[in-house]
Design a protein around this ligand. Structure first.
Ligand SMILES: Cc1ncc(COP(=O)(O)O)c(C=O)c1O
Length: 398
């Protein structure tokens, strides 16, 4: 659905108030949850007219629902997009986009480092249907120039990328892709619309796993797609309606909307805590390398500074002792949790090679920069001194 009052107020103000549905007769402060699968028609003719697109109004929750609609308008406002669609998970968002636009014979170009299940979808899913998927190291936009062709339908990447924090120059990639008429799809999960707006920088479509920072409390699964109104017609009525059916529950839409109200506050704290963790890790003799865009030593620090408002809450690092030392570190944590997912109140630590990025073959991980000893931290919202003390004591035992 389209948003109307884009960019007029500050981020938190819009995250709380934008596009509030004022139609509730009781003037409930929080919007009601329309926990329904279907909507009654006044007459058979009205039902027919809605199906034919001759008349507005809700039909069936897979096609639209007032709780989802309000959240969609708010998210479009925050991301600076014309239109938004909420879906059941981040993977539901990614697959709904691709099934909407690709055909057998098409080629898509994707970055080397991707979330493990996204990688699996490209490698084992799309590839079965006659779609060629090729990986390009998009840290250098020149690599894309040599690979792209008129057959390229979509260019896809994450920035910062999960798990090794590689940054891709959104503006530069969009320019190259648009020269051949390809769409640019960016996974903005790590940054959220608070820290980075790929559509404003030239991307065509943005996807999020709202399971992460947008929901923010580790208690739901959800996905978000943002694009032009024209592209969204196709994604909603082909990708979601007919191909994936990955519809979001109204209850979870309510929880995402609740999470959004504190997104700015939470992101500021996630960013501060991550910066402190990165500094601690960089100063430790046990640590071989830290990947955090806020560090001056980070190779792409200047690019991150130029396209992000803050450096986010995710950190990756390698211990001197490699894989074995990484597992020992995880097993000695007391406050931080050993868990996948990210963006929650709790600090979460995981081992990508054996967990989130296990869908890659070991040789693929090696080739695409996901080392076996890499440890990923999602900085939580706890007090920084407590997180740092826990990390320090676990490092001492490695
Ligand atoms: C960057 C990124 N994109 C997409 C996804 C998939 O999201 P979901 O788990 O909500 O399906 C994840 C999940 O970890 C992720 O980290």
């Amino acid at each position: 659905m389209s948003s109307t009052d884009k960019n007029k107020k500050g981020f938190s103000t819009r995250a709380i108030h934008a596009c509030h549905d004022k139609s509730d007769p009781y003037k409930s402060l929080t919007s009601p949850i329309y926990m329904t699968s279907t909507f009654e028609f006044a007459t058979a003719e009205e039902g027919g007219a809605r199906f034919a697109g001759e008349e507005g109004g809700y039909i069936y929750t897979r096609l639209g629902n007032p709780t989802l609609n309000e959240l969609e308008m708010r998210l479009a406002n925050l991301e600076g997009a014309e239109a938004c669609l909420t879906v059941a998970s981040g993977m539901g968002a990614i697959t709904s986009v691709f099934w909407s636009f690709v055909e057998p014979g098409d080629e898509i170009l994707v970055d080397e480092t991707l979330y493990g299940c996204t990688f699996a979808y490209f490698r084992h899913g799309l590839a079965k249907f006659g779609i060629t998927v090729r990986h390009v190291d998009m840290r250098n936009p020149d690599n894309l120039i040599s690979e792209i062709s008129s057959k390229t339908r979509i260019v896809y990447f994450e920035t910062p990328a999960n798990p090794n924090m590689r940054i891709v120059d959104i503006k530069a990639i969009a320019k190259i892709a648009h020269n051949v008429g390809a769409k640019v799809v960016v996974d903005n999960t790590y940054s959220t619309p608070y820290l980075q707006n790929p559509i404003v920088l030239g991307a065509d479509i943005v996807v999020h796993s709202a399971t992460k920072y947008l929901g923010g409390h580790g208690d739901l699964m959800a996905g978000v797609i943002l694009s032009s109104a024209e592209d969204m017609q196709q994604i909603r009525y082909v990708g979601l309606k007919d191909m994936t059916g990955a519809v979001l529950s109204p209850m979870n839409a309510f929880l995402v909307a609740r999470g959004l109200k504190t997104l700015e506050l939470r992101m500021d704290r996630h960013c501060d805590n991550a910066e402190k963790i990165a500094d601690l890790l960089e100063a430790s003799k046990k640590v071989a390398k830290v990947y955090f865009p806020g560090l001056k030593s980070f190779e792409q620090h200047e690019l991150a500074k130029a396209q992000m408002k803050g450096f986010g809450g995710m950190i990756a690092f390698e211990l001197n002792g490699g894989h074995e030392a990484g597992l020992k570190f995880l097993n000695n944590l007391e406050l931080c949790k050993i868990a996948v997912s990210l963006g929650d109140a709790e600090t979460l630590v995981e081992h990508p090679a054996s967990m989130t990025h296990s869908p890659y073959e070991p040789e693929e991980r090696l080739k695409y920069g996901i080392t076996e000893g890499l440890v990923r931290i999602s900085a939580g919202l706890e007090n920084a001194v407590d997180i740092l003390a826990d990390i320090e004591q676990a490092l001492a035992k490695v």
